[in-house]
Design a protein around this ligand. Structure first.
Ligand code: 5GP
Ligand code: MG
Ligand code: MG
Length: 179
């Protein structure tokens, strides 16, 4: 598994420090707002778990699964809801927790869905951002790290469902997905 990694971009400790900072900022920002924190599965599951432990105010959590990539490393542009929320969104202050923003297509679709369901507010936090990949205008309210335009895995992010359990974020060797 480690053999397939070309370069480690951020290690576990660096990520932990950043997640802590994001948690502190969000705690201040959402004081008294009882946010509904939505994890975008599967990629954001580790970030979600680490982030909510760093948030010190009352909140609720829910999960949503969307799919746009299939087994490829490029977005298909077609977003499908694979698992919907349990909680109603109407009137809620939503914090979307995402692993990485590339084209922005997934998130702009999701934000649209939540706004049509009459969320009171929709705020976006992403741990990783690849601004070079953007196909639609979309900016996260809070972000951890800006990454180069490369396909990365680890800390929840997969290639063909593997590598999610790596504790760091790293660039996957292109030969792994080009063969
Ligand atoms: P989008 O292109 O719609 O912004 O990205 C959609 C989803 O594709 C992300 O939430 C993430 O799950 C996945 N994705 C985007 N870039 C990468 C990447 O570099 N590595 C991995 N493993 N997934 C990515
Ligand atoms: Mg994602
Ligand atoms: Mg994936």
């Amino acid at each position: 598994m480690l053999n397939d990694i070309q370069e480690v971009l951020y290690g576990a400790n660096q990520i932990q420090q950043k997640v802590k900072e994001l948690g502190q900022t969000i705690s201040r920002e959402f004081e008294g707002r009882n946010p509904l924190v939505i994890c975008v599965l599967k990629g954001a599951f580790i970030f979600m778990a680490d982030l909510v432990k760093e948030i010190t105010i009352p909140l609720e959590i829910d999960f949503m699964a969307v799919s746009s990539y299939g087994q490829s490393t490029k977005t298909s542009g077609v977003v499908k809801i694979m698992k919907d929320l349990d909680a109603p969104v109407q009137g809620r202050e939503i914090l979307i927790v995402e692993d990485i923003i590339d084209s922005g297509l997934t998130l702009s679709y999701l934000i649209d869905v939540l706004e049509r369901r009459n969320a009171k507010s929709v705020t976006l936090v992403t741990l990783f951002d690849k601004p070079a990949g953007r196909k639609v205008e979309l900016e996260a309210d809070y972000k951890g790290f800006v990454l180069p335009d490369a396909f990365v895995v680890g800390y929840g992010l997969d290639y063909a469902e593997h590598y999610r359990n790596l504790p760091f974020i790293g660039i996957l060797k292109p030969e792994v997905y080009e063969k």
